[in-house]
Unconditional design. Sequence first.
Length: 100
Amino acid sequence: MILMPQINYTFVKNLKWTNPEHTAFDCEVNFNHMIEDFVSFHCQKEEAEGLIYTHTTEIWERALSGEFGSIAEYEPHVTTDADLHPDIKIIKSTFTGDFT
């Protein structure tokens, strides 16, 4: 395993599991070297266990210990008409036949 230099951060918030197995979560991190206050960050178990970036391992471990608060449960995305491309919406709204 090759370790990269530690990337410093000051705060982690808005953690949410990205799968039902709880092997990955998204969050927002305030990294010291970035202009933005918070940036989206993805952290997953496989990376944290054998990872190159030590900050990912540290965020994973601190998150699991509850140091950043609770991790919101995974919620599967439900596709709605708003997610469809406009052409598909037209086809869907005009189709009256049976697919069987």
